[in-house]
Write a protein that binds this ligand. Structure first.
Ligand code: SAH
Length: 511
């Protein structure tokens, strides 16, 4: 019998309660991101921005919406019990479960109750903090919650007493001098303001209401305890929103960097699959809203014989080449299925196209890339290998079924003995119909199209509807532009080089 570790540890099963942050996916912690990369099951709810789900998940990862506001569903308590039961069941099956919660799990999110259930069921769990909505809002509204000479303390409260529970301690809150942030206060704003004034807070105290803080839809309404309820109502502020009370609100004028960014309020449709898309970050940094409608998806190779044979004899090769992060992930799945691990590579060296591919290679297969050429095209890799003397060497390419033929051709020309093996296949995804409708209605200021294959798929989804006049179509280069024109759609901009796609998009949005 093994004596390693406490006997009560279930084999492998684990639940992480992960704070997803306030809305902007970039505010997820590094630990949260790592847990999502390796999750078997992700349970998420409404406040979690769905773009978080664009992480390069394990292909078999199940993502389940467990929001408590599905219409016609059971009561909130019954829903919560169902979530608890799902976490316990999946963990007992040995799964790695991530329970993704808006903001921080332990601030107004019932995370404590979920942790208690896991503890009672003796499930291994961890809690990963998140940026709570209030802190996100402080940053993106430009309201420092504490500030010398203005506010010496900050209080997080809720203006919404739990049903049948105790109401907020208004008289104590009204005596505070610093900043108070109310969660879940949208619909009780008038009452809260009155109670605070009645308890002693100045009626002229500045107040801000922040809707969808940290996202491109952020809206801020300001006023005083006397005026804020009417102003918020006039502006039709809806949840999720926070109420910030205190003199610190007055500092915002000079500090509202977030809404002043050049592309704030502009919306862009990105149609390439997420793993090929490191670039949208720049657009988001400039304030644009990036919406994804992948026009391409991937699935495991339908026939894995060739792949399995190659993987079982990896050490025969001098070079193993990965051309995309997805290729690494599908290879990793097969490697695991075959009961192999990093040792299978033996003395074979690894090359990767793109730093993301090399990153994923380290994260999944636990192998460091020996070569990541600066020029991130097939041509760049072929040239780098040629320089290292690839004549007579055995090179294994692990790629998609639809890959360009440039790489094998160039390598063969350089004298390499190339095995070109399909690690995964291209497929047409199920479209998000709501996003397709928004596209057809001309809601996006620009849309990126990154291959002829994707253009054809979009065409199929739009059907007889024309390309929306208001949406500027940006392509990744001349080959794609030709395919787009063939379809009969106008090209507004074309990237000068593949890496310059976002530059072209910014130009399209500005002019
Ligand atoms: N655990 C979460 C809070 C859940 S309670 C956290 O730490 O942030 C839900 C409340 O959080 C909402 O009613 C709203 O008051 C607030 N909230 C969440 N996300 C928000 C956002 N992006 N902008 C403004 N308020 C938000």
């Amino acid at each position: 019998m093994s004596t390693l570790g406490p006997a009560s540890l279930p084999p492998g099963g684990h639940v992480a309660l992960v704070g997803a942050g306030p809305g902007d996916p970039g505010l997820l912690t590094r630990r949260g991101h790592d847990l999502l990369l390796h999750a078997d099951v992700v349970l998420y709810d409404r406040l979690v921005d769905t773009r978080l789900l664009d992480i390069p998940y394990k292909p078999a990862c199940r993502r389940v919406y467990v929001g408590k506001e599905l219409p016609g569903r059971a009561s909130r308590d019954a829903q919560q019990r169902r979530i608890n039961a799902t976490m316990v069941r999946e963990a007992r099956r040995g799964k790695r479960v991530v329970r993704l919660k808006g903001g921080d799990p332990f601030i107004f999110g019932r995370g404590g109750e979920e942790a208690a259930v896991l503890a009672a069921a003796k499930i291994r769990f961890e809690v990963v903090p998140g940026v709570t909505a209030a802190l996100g809002a402080a940053a993106t509204t430009g309201i420092p919650f504490t500030h010398r000479g203005v506010a010496q303390e900050v209080t997080f409260a809720t203006a919404h007493g739990a049903k049948g529970g105790t109401p907020p301690p208004w008289s104590a809150l009204g005596k505070l001098k610093g900043t108070i942030v109310f969660y879940m206060g949208t619909y009780t704003l008038g009452l809260a303001a009155k109670k605070l004034v009645a308890a002693g807070r100045r009626a002229s105290t500045p107040v801000a209401v922040v809707e969808r803080a940290t996202t491109v839809r952020q809206r801020v309404v300001t006023g005083t305890l006397a005026t804020i309820a009417a102003r918020a109502e006039a502006a039709a502020i809806h949840p999720p929103s926070l109420v910030i009370v205190g003199d610190a609100v007055g500092l915002r004028g000079a500090l509202d960097w977030f809404e002043r960014r050049p592309l704030f309020g502009r919306s862009i449709l990105v149609t390439r699959p997420e793993e090929d898309d490191p670039g949208s970050q720049q657009l988001a940094e400039l304030g644009a809203e990036v919406t994804r409608l992948p026009g391409l998806e991937f699935r495991p190779a339908s026939d894995t014989k060739q792949l399995d044979r190659a993987l079982r004899s990896l050490s025969r090769f001098d070079w193993v080449v990965f051309t995309s992060p997805r290729g690494v992930q599908y290879t990793d799945e097969r490697v695991e299925k075959l009961g192999l691990d990093a040792r299978a590579f033996g003395s074979a060296r690894c090359a990767a196209i793109g730093w993301r591919t090399s990153l994923i290679l380290g994260a999944y297969l636990k192998v460091r890339a020996d070569l990541v050429p600066k020029d991130e095209r097939a041509e760049g890799l072929a040239e780098a290998l040629r320089k290292r003397g690839v004549r007579g060497k055995r090179v294994l390419l692990l790629r998609a079924d639809e890959g360009r033929d440039v790489l094998p051709k160039l390598l063969r020309k350089a004298g390499a003995r190339v095995s070109d093996v399909v690690a995964y296949e291209h497929a047409v995804p199920k479209p998000d119909r709501a996003v397709v409708a928004r596209l057809a209605a001309g809601e996006f200021h620009a849309a990126q199209v990154t291959s002829g294959e994707i253009a054809a798929t979009l065409k199929g989804w739009l059907g007889r509807r024309p390309w929306p006049e208001r949406t500027k179509l940006v392509t990744i280069g001349p080959v794609t532009s030709a395919a787009v024109r063939e379809i009969g759609w106008p090209v507004a901009r074309e990237a000068k080089e593949p890496g310059k796609l976002d530059e072209a998009t910014i130009e399209a949005l500005e002019g």
